[in-house]
Design a protein around this ligand. Structure first.
Ligand SMILES: [Zn+2]
Ligand SMILES: [Zn+2]
Length: 464
């Protein structure tokens, strides 16, 4: 950590009802004490059983495949950030900021030890009021499991963030990462609201404009500018999760030519959010855009483009930093292929051209990939931070599971609840609701494509 890093001091909690972990270990553990867990999850407390306090999901909840809601823990560290006082004190809500640093920010990366959104981001927080307010808004919602009616403080902080962001962009006095991160957090906050149609489109379009101008000059990528790479990577992941939600007639598209050049320059660079799969994210975002396009009435397939996307997906290679990430990447790749084949089948069905031979072959390939995808994801332990990046492939692959796959269906149910226990985004539970509807329809003999089904319900879920 660089010299401007914060200093920490451990908080000593001395009141008898709120013993610190250290004190607990020192004191002799009586039998009554051993059966009581201080920070146990609500589910275990309701059942009056001992909770092992595993975060984000305790072993009992994990076994039962249910949501695990841990009570907010006392914070262990007090951050001493003298330069944060440069901000008028009323702006900083220390509790919410700390909650972000210790907990919420961990949902944005694969490795909590290498998290630019946690303590290292404090330097940007001190320069950008928009970022500070966006962080405080997300924290206030996260600690209450993003309730349908966002807490008043979360809405106030969001309003302040938007107002500050306008000023900071127009005066361009603020580091680009801070601006980009603020935009992304605002989109996330908006997509977690109770409006199922709202995936934070305006913020996504703002981020696109921002990235388009950033990749105009690719020299910064050549010179390994980490800030540019961080932003571009965040955008690539976000675009993968939302390209198929954007209406195809929306004029503000990404500059695909420049972005693809930039992605090539990034190569296998390890992004703290997802590792070495930048190019794969870009390909899948394009698959999503294409699939959404051909679902519109009277749109023809573009066979060349389809073949190119399929070839890019199958030939993409990387050396994953560890086996679990390898499983995640394979799940992504197969998500892309299932998406492409299923959109093709749906297009064929809607245009009343049927070729029983090719569709049968395609169906069996979809089946195989769907089962493989779920198996890949289940190889990753439910306590891993990689969970945050799984909801989209779980939906795509899960929706293809037949009634004979009831074991895998149960695993998908449990996994989506585990993801919700970790990042608390309601979209995970809504995805589960979609899946139950799709499984019912499939079991009644009327299978449907998850994206079509979601659009028919007029939902636009931001998953991921
Ligand atoms: Zn528990
Ligand atoms: Zn639990």
């Amino acid at each position: 950590m660089s010299f401007f890093g914060p200093r920490f001091k451990q908080v000593i909690v001395s009141s008898p009802g709120q013993t610190s972990t250290e004190q607990e270990q020192e004191s002799p553990a009586g039998p009554r004490r051993r059966n009581k867990s201080k920070f146990g999850c609500r589910e275990c407390k309701a059942k009056r059983v001992k909770c092992d306090e595993n975060y984000p999901i305790c072993r009992r909840c994990q076994r039962q495949g249910i949501v695990c809601s841990s009570a907010p823990r006392l914070t262990q560290w007090q951050v001493e950030t003298p330069w944060l006082s440069l901000q008028p004190n009323t702006l900083v809500n220390r509790r919410l900021l700390q909650y972000w640093l210790e907990k919420v920010s961990q949902n944005f990366v694969i490795d909590p030890e290498n998290n630019p959104f946690s303590f290292p981001a404090l330097q940007y927080v001190s320069q950008s009021s928009a970022l500070l307010h966006a962080i405080q808004s997300i924290s206030a919602s996260h600690e209450r499991f993003f309730p349908a009616d966002a807490p008043i403080i979360a809405l106030e902080e969001r309003g302040k963030a938007i107002a500050c962001l306008r000023g900071e962009i127009s005066q361009s006095q603020c580091p680009s990462n801070a601006v980009f991160l603020s935009i992304m957090l605002l989109a996330l906050a908006q997509s977690a609201d109770s409006d199922m149609k709202d995936y934070g489109k305006q913020h996504l379009l703002a981020a696109r404009a921002f990235v388009n101008s950033m990749v105009q000059d690719t020299s910064t990528l050549v010179t390994n500018d980490i800030r540019v790479r961080l932003c571009l990577g965040m955008y690539l992941y976000w675009d993968m999760c939302s390209s198929f939600l954007v209406d195809p007639w929306e004029p503000q598209g990404p500059n695909l030519f420049n972005i693809s050049n930039a992605v090539r320059m990034m190569g296998d660079w390890h992004h703290p959010m997802y590792g070495t799969c930048s190019e794969l994210l870009f390909i899948i975002a394009n698959v999503g855009r294409y699939c959404r396009q051909i679902l519109e009435p009277l749109q023809n397939r573009k066979l060349m483009q389809e073949a190119a996307l399929e070839a890019q997906l199958t030939s993409w290679k990387t050396t994953p930093p560890n086996p679990s990430l390898g499983h995640l990447y394979e799940a992504f790749r197969k998500h892309g292929l299932i998406f492409l084949y299923r959109a093709h089948v749906a297009h064929t069905q809607s245009s009343y051209i049927t070729d029983p031979d090719s569709s049968e072959a395609e169906e069996s390939l979809i089946q195989q990939y769907a089962e493989e995808t779920v198996c890949h994801l289940m190889q990753i332990p439910a306590t891993s931070y990689y969970l945050n990046f799984q909801s989209l492939p779980l939906l795509t692959a899960g929706s293809e599971l037949t009634t004979s796959n009831h074991f895998l269906r149960d695993q998908v149910r449990g996994r989506l609840r585990a993801i919700y226990s970790l990042n608390r985004l309601p979209a995970n539970l809504l995805a589960l609701q979609l899946l139950e509807e799709l499984w019912d329809a499939r079991d009644r003999g009327t299978p449907s494509f998850w994206l079509l089904h979601m659009l028919q319900k007029d939902w636009r879920l931001l998953l991921g």
